[in-house]
Design a binder for this molecule. Structure first.
Ligand code: CU
Length: 128
């Protein structure tokens, strides 16, 4: 290879690497956009908890766990929560059968989107 074609292949290689980088940023992991109740909200007792994501969820791999918290410790885990997927599959809705009493609640979620990477997160809200 002469010098010019060396430079040329360096430029081509660098462009390819940048292209791959841009592609992988564009296909980022699924992420939580907003929730109802919102993180750290003080709310009246909710009938449901909605988690809105930036892309469609894989239903069988996505879930929500709800716990009651007192003095930083879990006092109750809610085992039977009906989950449905609405909003073109981008919203995970947990339907609560019984009203939540006053107190602090923690939501832990696991979400899988297009790229199959499980993402997790948690937040709390207060029922007054
Ligand atoms: Cu990912």
């Amino acid at each position: 290879m002469n010098r010019i074609s060396q430079i040329r292949s360096l430029i081509v290689g660098t462009s390819l690497a940048i292209g791959l980088l841009i592609t992988s940023v564009a296909q980022a992991h699924i992420s939580l956009v907003e929730s109802t109740p919102a993180a750290d909200a003080v709310a009246a007792t909710p009938k449901q908890i909605d988690l809105v994501f930036n892309e469609r969820l894989v239903p069988r791999a996505s879930r929500l766990e709800l716990s009651a918290i007192k003095n930083g410790e879990v006092t109750e885990k809610f085992e039977h929560i009906d989950i449905e997927f609405i909003n073109d599959g981008k919203t995970l809705r947990a339907k609560l059968h019984h009203p939540l009493g006053a107190g602090v609640y923690r939501v832990q979620w696991r979400a899988v989107g297009d790229d199959n990477h499980p993402m997790t997160g948690e937040f709390s809200f207060t029922v007054e």
